[in-house]
Design a binder for this molecule. Structure first.
Ligand SMILES: Cc1ncc(COP(=O)(O)O)c(C=O)c1O
Length: 288
């Protein structure tokens, strides 16, 4: 796969792709981003990613560098130029470059896109075994619903969960409530019903989260969008996490507590299968 990046209208070899050192994305994390799955060369759930990007740009008062339709054309061109089949499309929009100053003028936004190979089918193995998570104190800012590149607390949380042998960190407040993962949404299952934190400024409205809620409705699985505590998670029948990069992965251990019988549970597996069917429906991709 050639590695070409899109930088403000041009395709450039990834190794040569650059933006100004005075770009506000670099200086202040004054930027938002999206990560979209590419399966069978096609974008999955594009409309939801595009809508979230538009919402986030307007929440921060950053001008959209391209309209949604033009952005899709450019994204598809980049995917084709990279001959990408199973991949992740990364989109970043910053407020642009300018003299370093906290105050900003309405600048010309910077648009960068990259495509990198991603073994989506490899997640099947992870779904079969499940993963462990470790709780970490949530130290993020008050607008976690905006997908900004200011991810330092997430990065540090993931590192500390990894050090504890976890695949993911579950971010917990002082009351013991689990908001979400460092880069995934968090779910438990009790009595056959799904429980996940409601949409609020404390969590990112995940595209996969929305997809699971849709599928659960189709499968007549009840969904309670309410906060749950770490103690509830320890006692849950099942637990799982979701993200574009991790479609319905069972969580089998939380802080060393075994969840259920230590294997991904039946509701989690059912939703995982339904998500692969949805991916196949939209893109034609089926994991071998
Ligand atoms: C903090 C956080 N929560 C949840 C998610 C999952 O979002 P999505 O399903 O849109 O990938 C992400 C994805 O990067 C994230 O960073």
């Amino acid at each position: 796969m050639p590695r070409l990046a899109y930088v403000d209208g041009r395709h450039v070899p990834l190794a040569d792709a650059s933006v100004s050192v005075e770009d506000r994305g670099f200086q202040f994390a004054d930027a938002v981003y999206e990560v979209c799955a590419v399966a069978n060369g096609r974008l999955f759930d594009w409309d939801l990613h595009a809508a979230r990007l538009t919402r986030n740009l307007s929440a921060l008062g950053i001008a959209a560098p391209l309209g949604t339709a033009a952005l899709l054309v450019q994204a598809r061109r980049l995917i084709a130029a990279n001959r990408a089949r199973e991949a992740l499309l990364y989109i970043q929009v910053t407020r642009g470059a300018g003299r370093r100053d906290h105050g900003f003028r309405p600048d010309r936004p910077t648009l960068v896109m990259t495509v990198r190979p991603f073994d989506l089918a490899g997640r099947v193995g992870m779904q079969a075994k499940g993963v462990a998570v470790a709780s970490v104190n949530d130290q993020r800012w008050g607008r976690c619903d905006i997908k900004t590149v200011g991810l330092l607390p997430n990065v540090l949380a993931k590192a500390s969960a990894k050090a504890a042998g976890g695949f993911e960190a579950w971010l917990v407040d002082d009351a013991g409530t689990v908001a979400e993962g460092a880069s995934t949404n968090a779910w438990i299952v009790r009595g056959g019903r799904l429980i996940t934190h409601p949409l609020s400024a404390r969590i990112l409205p995940g595209v996969m989260r929305a997809g699971v809620i849709r599928l659960a409705r189709d499968l007549q699985i009840g969904v309670d969008e309410r906060p749950f505590t770490l103690a509830e998670a320890f006692a849950a029948d099942e637990a799982f996490l979701t993200a574009t990069t991790a479609p319905v992965i069972g969580v089998v251990r939380v802080d060393g507590h075994t969840i259920g019988d230590g294997n991904p549970g039946p509701v989690t597996r059912k939703l995982g299968e339904a998500m692969w069917a949805e991916i196949a429906r939209q893109t034609g991709f089926r994991p071998a």
